[in-house]
Design a protein around this ligand. Structure first.
Ligand SMILES: [Zn+2]
Ligand SMILES: [Zn+2]
Length: 86
């Protein structure tokens, strides 16, 4: 299972279960949020007129599932679950 960043104009969409949450206010900086539906934590930010949510294994107490692949001469490592660059 893998999760990716999610964008929405007026709601924060949980990147894990895709439940829409109505944020109380626009986050000025990246905020850590908790989803009551699935019990996962995620990051919420507001950029370019849209709410941006991002999954992250670490804030949920999981180890990243690291995958490395060569990219233009340098190895690129990312997490298979949350898609974070490592
Ligand atoms: Zn959720
Ligand atoms: Zn991860």
């Amino acid at each position: 299972m893998s999760y990716t960043d999610t964008l929405s104009k007026d709601e924060a969409i949980c990147p894990y279960c895709k439940t829409a949450h109505k944020p109380e206010s626009k986050p000025v900086e990246i905020e850590q949020k908790y989803c009551d539906e699935c019990g996962h934590n995620y990051y919420l930010s507001f950029n370019d007129g849209a709410y941006h949510t991002q999954p992250d294994c670490e804030i949920n107490g999981y180890d990243h599932d690291v995958m490395t692949r060569p990219s233009k001469g340098t190895d690129y490592s990312y997490c298979l679950v949350c898609d974070k660059e490592l």
